[in-house]
Ligand binder design. Structure first.
Ligand SMILES: [Zn+2]
Length: 512
């Protein structure tokens, strides 16, 4: 018999309007309306769910997150929010004592939040954990500090030149000081995989946690073949979330083979992602004009225009959607140049699209890439005015302007850069900004950024909506007012269904 469900007596936001009831059959919505209307249309034998007047919304989608890094961070040291190097040191040391074997992995520090106002170096690391192999990522993952033992293992010394699109941090004496920026981090590649492969990925737990937060679709980006294999290892077992993954761009030649070998009931490989510049935090996002608080640099590209063009053409040839990380205005403009030159058949994505001055907005309007933004960055990048100056800071994270110009940006956490909990992002998207910039959106718009706007971005029509034909991904919230639930700033989720099947673990949802 067909699997059918009838949710009734709710305050159900379909993505467009409020209804009382939704009926689903075989995972898809078949009827919406008043409880009485829908009961008349719902299949006999449907399971009935009383929503008790509660706010109920379409399953949420996170269009850009890093699964392996998130899983690793769950196992490693969390350095988010640390206010001094001493505090970073305390957390690292405490973790090291509890895990006396092997290497130390952590992420989340931000030198601008540290009272010391400087980057940690390998000398700090040595004071904290001696000579243990240690890798501590900056919050944005575009900079990392490693121990001297790691520098030795990856063959970095004073004679090692900076790679194209990357920088090796050096002390006054010219010696490497443990910091690696952007492409220089690639030196960790194989070493990192070997070292950290021992940390349990904890994928199943992570995906369950996502579902408990109301997420029913995830878009992992920069997925490695190892990550895809880990997802594929679930085989026919149904996951609580559906996954549309983007392979890291350096593996584009393997796209088709991996697409075939890793497809499961819940997981599909849909595209490739490349990183075209850095981030504002370490001043490596590629700008038209220099940083306000470091005039000597405008950031830099991580790959040349011709390299970007080559990946774009190859992605198009193998049937992959293309996602390009571009934060600075120069990087975004270059990505648009490439999209215009290559004209990919699938609409390409720009990840972040953080700095968009008026002229660039006009070009975005012409080229019309899909945009994937991170509302939480608004809260976290508290130093944005210092970095860019007040004029350019006004042109960052232009969510309301994007909407006004007809774009439908999809939202994401970029976890572990920001917490996985989408409700923290929804609250950030609707909050007034400290900089006084009027770029906040209303609660229904914020919900659509985590809903139907993700459908083209993840190549998955039918997500993020509870209109007939959509997936029956249903999230019951603890409350009856969308605005109040959206402003809460953390998960208010009670029950979650994916394609009509209950997927939350029935326990209160925790932090990602
Ligand atoms: Zn990212």
């Amino acid at each position: 018999m067909a699997q059918a469900t009838l949710w009734r007596n709710g305050r159900i936001f379909t993505g467009r309007r409020y209804v009382e009831a939704v009926a689903a059959e075989n995972g898809r919505v078949v009827a919406v309306g008043s409880s009485r209307e829908v009961r008349a249309h719902s299949p006999s034998g449907a399971e009935r769910v009383d929503l008790h007047g509660r706010l109920t919304v379409p399953g949420l989608a996170d269009s850009h997150l890093h699964l392996t890094e998130l899983a690793r961070l769950t196992a490693g040291v969390d350095l988010h929010g640390a206010r001094s190097l001493a505090e970073v040191g305390r957390r690292v040391r405490r973790w090291g004592e509890r895990h006396p074997e092997g290497s130390v992995y952590g992420a989340g520090w931000d030198q601008d939040l540290l009272r010391d106002r400087r980057y940690p170096t390998s000398r700090d690391v040595a004071r904290w954990v001696g000579d243990r192999p240690t890798v501590l990522f900056r919050v944005c993952h575009h900079a990392v500090v490693v121990s001297d033992s790691v520098l030795t293992e990856i063959d970095v010394d004073e004679d090692t030149p900076d790679p194209p699109g990357g920088r090796i941090g050096r002390g006054r004496n010219g010696r490497a000081n443990g910091l690696l920026f952007d492409n220089a981090i690639e030196r960790l590649g194989p070493w990192g995989e070997r070292r950290f492969v021992r940390h349990p990925l904890g994928l199943a737990e992570l995906l369950q946690n996502a579902a408990n937060l109301g997420l029913t679709s995830l878009g992992p980006v920069s997925s490695s073949p190892e990550e895809l294999a880990a997802l594929a290892s679930f085989g026919r077992r149904r996951l609580p979330v559906r996954i549309a993954a983007f392979l890291r761009g350096t593996e584009v030649e393997r796209f088709r083979a991996l697409q075939r070998s890793t497809r499961t009931e819940s997981t599909r490989l849909v595209g490739v992602k490349v990183v075209s510049d850095g981030a504002f935090g370490p001043r490596t996002a590629w700008l038209d004009r220099p940083y306000r608080d470091e005039r000597a640099t405008s950031g830099f590209p991580l790959l040349t225009r011709s390299e970007l063009e080559r990946v774009a053409m190859e992605a198009d040839r193998v049937g992959a959607s293309l996602a390009v990380h571009a934060i600075g205005d120069r990087a975004i403009a270059t990505a648009l140049d490439v999209f215009e030159a290559v004209r990919p058949r699938r609409r390409p994505r720009i990840e972040h699209a953080s700095l968009t001055p008026p002229g660039l907005l006009d070009r975005l309007g012409k080229v019309r890439p899909l945009l994937v933004v991170q509302p939480r960055f608004v809260t976290s990048d508290s130093w944005i005015v210092e970095r860019l100056g007040p004029r350019r800071a006004r042109w960052t994270y232009s969510f309301a302007t994007f909407h006004a110009r007809g774009h439908r940006p999809a939202a994401s956490s970029d976890a572990p850069v920001e917490p996985l909990d989408p409700w923290t992002g929804i609250a950030a998207a609707i909050a007034e900004r400290r900089t006084g910039v009027a770029e906040s959106v209303d609660a229904p718009t914020a919900l659509r950024m985590y809903g139907e706007n993700a459908a083209p971005v993840l190549g998955t029509p039918g997500i993020g909506s509870l209109e007939p034909g959509s997936f029956a991904d249903v999230v019951e919230c603890d409350g009856n007012d969308l605005d109040r639930v959206a402003r809460a700033g953390n998960s208010q989720v009670l029950r979650v269904w994916r394609e009509g099947i209950r997927v939350d673990s029935g326990r209160p949802a925790g932090e990602g």
